[in-house]
Design a protein around this ligand. Structure first.
Ligand code: X2X
Length: 345
């Protein structure tokens, strides 16, 4: 049936092309608009990446594929941990999603949330751009979506409204908002904090009202969401996990496109992914990390840990790492550890 549809469409396209009609009319099985899900909008590198991808697709397909952005995961009422299921079911046509938000459905994605697995950006790249990245794409493909490219949300740094955090003891009793993924409950419980699961949509009013004390998110999220204005005055640079983003398309949608258009969408995703990663790292990879000066300039106390101080956080979360290594799959985690050890700086 699929093959017949494809052959019919191809034949129709060919005859229309012979008649000299615009190619846009040839793909009569194409939707007039495709829905791209995102957690945040274009003020954030993540949402900007979505805009770049959509624009490139439009250009490369001569307008045959039009994409509309749905930030705030609005197609699923803000419930970001349902995004992957909605994508598989076709409620969402395409998405740029965080590994954290999809990890309840795809356990291998918890890899990136293992505390202190990736010490630096070269370590993230060693995973996403290497064999581990390919393995994860195979897993995503088996799980029912078409993965195309990697992007990045970023290193998730710790902020709170109460006091500077330098040791795990400083976290004691702090109510920390985390994303709805069980690994994070384990990590923050091990650290002595009081973790509470909340969607990003619910988190912001909770910071403003003081219902929660702290949170962890990349600094590009912190600044674009202006978390300093909702009491988040203390920042600890601990780089404990980073969440890559994945550019994906629903399988039926993908199969409805011509091979040439599939190629165009893939190329656009790869290009947009590269640009998005550069945006996500802006101010953090240049000498002196200028973004930190900007954040301090907003009245935020920035705490940098010494290697010995950081080690205390690593040590206390080791049992969580071990437990989840088993859940994710020791083979995949071993492979990741080796790739990181062999990374090029
Ligand atoms: O909810 C979060 O913390 C966010 C925006 O970083 C994700 O979607 C993972």
């Amino acid at each position: 049936m699929k093959l017949r549809t494809f052959l019919t469409a191809t034949a129709a396209a060919a005859s229309l092309l012979t008649l000299g009609l615009p190619a846009a009319h040839a793909q009569n099985n194409y939707k007039s608009e495709y829905r791209m899900s995102l957690v945040v909008g274009t003020a954030f590198p993540w949402g900007k990446g979505g805009e770049i991808w959509a624009n490139k697709v439009k250009e490369k397909t001569q307008g045959r594929i039009n994409i509309k952005l749905y930030p705030g995961v609005s197609l699923i009422q803000g419930d970001q941990t349902r995004e992957f299921s909605a994508l598989r079911q076709g409620v969402i046509d395409m998405a740029i999603g965080s590994t954290i938000n999809w990890s309840p459905q795809v356990k291998q994605l918890n890899l990136f949330s293992l505390p202190f697995l990736m010490p630096d950006y070269a370590a993230i790249d060693a995973l996403t751009q290497g064999e581990v990245g390919k393995d994860i794409f195979k897993t995503l493909d088996k799980a029912g979506v078409v993965p195309l490219a990697w992007g990045e949300n970023g290193y998730r740094e710790l902020t709170n409204s109460k006091h500077a955090v330098k040791t795990p003891a400083d976290l004691k009793g702090l109510k920390i908002r985390i994303v709805g993924s069980p690994l994070f409950i384990d990590t923050f419980t091990a650290l002595g904090a009081n973790p509470t699961q909340m969607s990003w949509a619910d988190a912001q009013p909770a910071f403003a009202s003081g219902a929660v004390d702290g949170q962890e998110n990349p600094l590009s999220i912190f600044t674009a969401a202006k978390l300093q204005n909702v009491g988040q005055k203390y920042l600890t640079m601990w780089g404990y996990v980073a969440d890559p983003l994945v550019f994906v398309v629903n399988k039926d949608v993908w199969n409805s496109w011509t091979p040439a258009d599939q190629q165009a969408v893939r190329e656009a995703a790869l290009e947009a992914g590269k640009e998005e990663i550069a945006l996500a790292r802006k101010g953090l990879v240049e000498p002196g990390q200028p973004l930190l000066k900007d954040i301090a300039g907003m009245g935020v106390t920035v705490t940098q840990l010494t290697p010995a101080e950081r080690e205390q956080f690593v040590k206390i979360t080791q049992p969580v790492y071990k437990k989840w290594k088993g859940q994710i799959g020791a083979g995949l985690v071993d492979k990741a550890e080796k790739a990181i050890a062999a990374r090029k700086h």
